[in-house]
Design a protein around this ligand. Structure first.
Ligand SMILES: C[S@@+](CC[C@H](N)C(=O)[O-])C[C@H]1O[C@@H](n2cnc3c(N)ncnc32)[C@H](O)[C@@H]1O
Length: 401
């Protein structure tokens, strides 16, 4: 997928943008091949390259968004590539439905309709993209991971999980470890086993962890600055850039595995703690994953999660409708509410230890958005219990009984 993407992208960007990418990777024979290769490596050279790459591409996104790497923006140069990939993932019935809606069965013409017609994109997101399979999401994720170095949960980890981590011991699972920030921090206190289905993110996490083991600490201020810049407002109150001392300790054992968390390759009752931030909403079958967590966690062990709420779903759908996003934002397939979340965990032998709503919005602002939402039943349900503020996300700690 990565090779295909870079071939496509480099053949279409303007000369000056191509020069930018060539300058980042001088002296190579085949640019697309070299780019695809470096995202599958986890050595020092590759992580040095990645830091440069993500700094340069953030600047490109700021100055020339149309030519940058964005997967869900219809006037972006990469957009047709994503539509082509997703087209290949559709069965004949879905292809026929898309062709009928576009009034044409040629893919190039269909892509033009997607580019020009916001309602077509909204229809696709609501009716077709929601049925993409887990493997489809995994393979799209390889390219989506080119958008950012960080993986999104870093500030929640520092704010909500870190205070508990100093007491961690034994084995810790970082489920859906992403770019590996939490893995690095936790590895100073316990043996960490990290699993993610996205190979490029896993390589990034492996490289960072290797550098920590080698004592290459000079590196970390640059990494933390990049993560902080990418997270923007989300990182405001955790001061990531000033927290290089978080990584001053000696790492214990760290083991990375490429795979899906719905079939965890670890023995029963192997873990003392599980960290799983910003992951369950991306998965196909959260209940199956919770069963796996119940299997691998020791009695008394704690599980830390963050998930978006139903209020977050209404807000997310509203903004997606305005932009005409093709794919659910960030590929969130699920949203949760405290009662059903608690029920899912209880059924698997967990008890609630802490539930903290965050990312809040006042009721009046929420209602203003909700009243414009096409999700009438969900909105009616949510509005039947007015609140002062609503939370778009939840942080929860569950304890295995
Ligand atoms: C938004 S990122 C969060 C990453 C990390 N936990 C953090 O806090 O930054 C979601 C991650 O979950 C991974 N993921 C999604 N579904 C998965 C699954 N079924 N198995 C393993 N990883 C999965 C994705 O590849 C991605 O790296």
């Amino acid at each position: 997928m990565l090779m295909k993407f870079f071939d496509y992208y480099f053949a279409r960007v303007n000369e000056d943008v191509l020069d930018l990418y060539k300058n980042l990777m001088p002296d190579c024979d085949d640019l697309a091949d070299s780019y695809a290769d470096i995202f599958t490596r986890n050595d020092e050279e590759s992580i040095t390259f990645l830091l440069e790459f993500y700094r340069a591409t953030a600047e490109l996104r700021h100055n020339n968004q149309q030519q940058s790497i964005l997967f869900n923006t219809h006037d972006n140069i990469c957009f047709p590539f994503f539509v082509e990939q997703v087209w290949q993932m559709l069965d004949d019935k879905k292809k026929a439905a898309v062709a009928a809606r576009a009034g044409n069965d040629e893919l190039a013409a269909i892509i033009d309709v997607f580019i020009s017609d916001v309602e077509m994109r909204n229809w696709f997101r609501r009716e077709i993209a929601v049925d993409l399979g887990q493997d489809d999401l995994f393979s799209l994720n390889e390219v989506i991971a080119l958008q950012n170095f960080s993986s999104g949960g870093e500030s929640s980890f520092l704010k909500y999980v870190y205070p508990h981590v100093q007491n961690a011991s034994g084995n810790v699972l970082d489920a859906g470890c992403g770019a590996g920030f939490a893995t690095m921090v936790m590895s100073q206190f316990a043996d960490v086993f990290s699993i993610d289905a996205c190979q490029p993110r896993l390589e990034r996490a492996t490289a960072l962890s290797n550098m920590m083991r080698k004592g290459d600490k000079d590196f970390f201020p640059g990494v933390l600055k990049l993560i902080e810049d990418e997270l923007g407002d989300l990182a405001e109150d955790v001061h990531l850039n000033a927290s290089a001392d978080l990584l001053n300790g000696e790492p214990r054992k760290v083991e990375f595995t490429a795979g899906s968390i719905d079939a965890l390759p670890y023995p029963d009752q192997f873990f003392n703690m599980i960290n799983c931030l910003d992951v369950l909403e991306h998965t196909y079958d959260p209940a199956k994953i919770i069963q796996q967590f119940a299997r691998v966690l020791k009695p008394g062990g704690r599980l830390f999660i963050t998930v978006p709420t139903k209020f977050g779903e209404v807000v997310q759908h509203y903004y997606e409708g305005l932009d005409g996003s093709m794919f659910p934002a960030m590929l969130h397939m699920h949203h949760f509410d405290p009662l059903t979340l608690n029920e899912m965990f209880k059924q698997n032998g967990f008890k609630e230890f802490q539930l903290t709503p965050f990312d809040c919005m006042d009721w009046a602002s929420f209602v203003e958005i909700a009243d414009k939402s096409p999700q009438t039943q969900l909105v009616a349900d949510l509005k039947s219990h007015p609140l002062d503020v609503v939370a778009l996300q939840l942080f929860a700690i569950y304890e295995k009984i």
